[in-house]
Design a protein around this ligand. Sequence first.
Ligand code: ADP
Ligand code: MG
Length: 682
Amino acid sequence: MAKLSDSITVLKGIGPAKAKAFENLNIFTLRDLICHFPRGYEDRTRLVTIDKLEVDKPACFRAMVMNHPRTNHIRKGLDLTKVQVADHTARLNLTFFNNRYAGDALQYGKEYIFYGAVSGDFIGYNMTNPVFETLDSAPVTTRRVLPVYPLTAGLNNASVLKAVRQALAICDPPAEIIPEAVRRQYGILPAERAYYAIHEPGSMEEAELAKQRLVFEEFFVFSAGLSLLRASRAGKQTAPYENVELQSFYGALPFQLTGAQKRAIEEIRADVTKGAPMNRLVQGDVGSGKTMVAAAAAYLAAQNHRQAALMAPTEILAEQHYQSLSKLFEPLGLRVALLTGSMKEKEKRSIREAIALGMVDLAVGTHALLSGTTVFNDLGMVIADEQHRFGVAQRSKLSAKGADPHVLVMSATPIPRTLALIMYGDLDVSILDELPPGRQAVDTFLVGESYRARINAFIRKQVSEGHQCFVVCPAVEENEELGIKSAEVWAETLQKTVFPDLKVLLLHGQMKGTEKEAVMAAFASGAGDVLVATTVIEVGVDVPNATLMVIEDADRFGLSQLHQLRGRVGRGSSKSYCILTSHNRNAETLQRLKALCKTTDGFKIAEEDLKLRGPGDFFGSRQSGLPAFRVADLSYDLQTLKDAQAASAQWIDLSGTADTPEAIALRERIGDLFHRAEGTMN
Ligand code: ADP
Ligand code: MG
């Protein structure tokens, strides 16, 4: 018997070259091979008569060869073999291209099982290149459900099939990890049967059952992992905060908090008095006021002489948080510092010193805050803003910075519930489902190039009323090939030809950190009328005086991204607008963009986006922090996800520490999963 961890080169027929090809599919071991699941199946079980064959619908049929196959050499590289077959219902002409084997193998007067599709043309029915087997041979290419595998150069379906079949013959499939009681309750196949049946199903129904089991298994491992993580955190102790009075904090705010903000803050306040580290997610649509919730958390830490760190995904956003929070906190006697990667070394060093000495209450920054050289005196609260790209492993890295600090993760809402469960299943959740009063919905329009003059006039109108405008372009530099607008070129055009009398600013991700800050600060202070930018302004940027957002080539962006961008306007009390431009005439694209014009509900948009683009693309980034599922599809397998979550929670309660073979195997799998996640996160 071989082991799952053995290299696939133990299999017959897999030498160095084949092994290389398999490596391209990330297949190194027998386990990888057995977990290389088919992407679909061809049902070749149905046997029909020739008269029942339908055009372009491949099927199996049994027929007798009615003449000696004739091979004609048409030209160099093209041999045609023709033969006629028949059953009791009809005759059919078969044609094989460059298939000497067919000509030799098919014998006049003998019966075979064929599989192929007829094509109808004016000469009557014909079939090209069917596969065939003799009646007494074991079914390999006919009379079965044939798995169809993801392939790569140098590997065809038959060779993958053969390798998998061999692997299953010489080693046991992955061990059972789901207890029998759970399997019975949810009606799912045992591991062993599922791993065989996914590769060699007796019927389409069995293939489906096997798939369901494996989807369940993936979710089960992941949910159980999150539950264990949560349980291990729950065992941790931390000194409860004693000063949880927030009156002077509330008193310092320039506005009344919304009910939702108050609720979230209360939940945080309750967490920090419990004596265990908080792990909370605040989900709130753009503009729902998450920053103030973060501020309250930082304030609670400071009142208890613990330091807080607020991490933002971009320097612009870090800078902005620093501005608004130091304004809020300095009158209250809290010391706020900014630390970003692009600051001068000397400056960074002195700020790090202050942080290490405990002379900073709240450190605001980018991921530079996480780097090894930043040492906190007593870090008690870690807040990650807009970190929907954060994975489980990265969150545990955050906690490791202090002695089990409280962790608060903030994310713009539009994460469909399903994805939130997967990404944040180990967190408690507060939802900001209310916008500050006085907000008006942003009117959104989709227009083509013929509206250009009107768009420009509208920009001018907003500016003449004392407001500011964003113009977002998909690219930084000119790119002839794609024919999309670049921020650099478009900013120059607007400044020189369209609005010579207005002040046009440019902002993009390839600018230096200090330059970006300067531009952003200038625009925020009103020193610019139009800001032409790339998606660097996507997250968090807050300029309440901006009332118009023009998004050029809007079809280049995902819906959730467009929603985020649109969230940059409508943040003050004035009526705001969003104009999407697109040359794209594709009906589906237009429908997608129109969906955005119709609703401002981030949840609805997110669900729509998920449906259209799938979870992988959801955040417009491969680094979504989402685990890679092999069989499960988050947009379709919702019910299974829920079942697996319920089952794993139950399992943790009943036998999380038991030493049954299933429990041991499951803990091993969870270890692998998080280890793998950690490896890909950095
Ligand atoms: P987001 O949830 O997108 O991070 P912000 O925290 O940036 O939202 O808040 C958006 C804007 O709303 C900011 O200008 C902020 O000062 C303002 N704001 C936040 N809470 C309130 C409130 N309760 N009443 C009025 N304005 C608020
Ligand atoms: Mg924000």
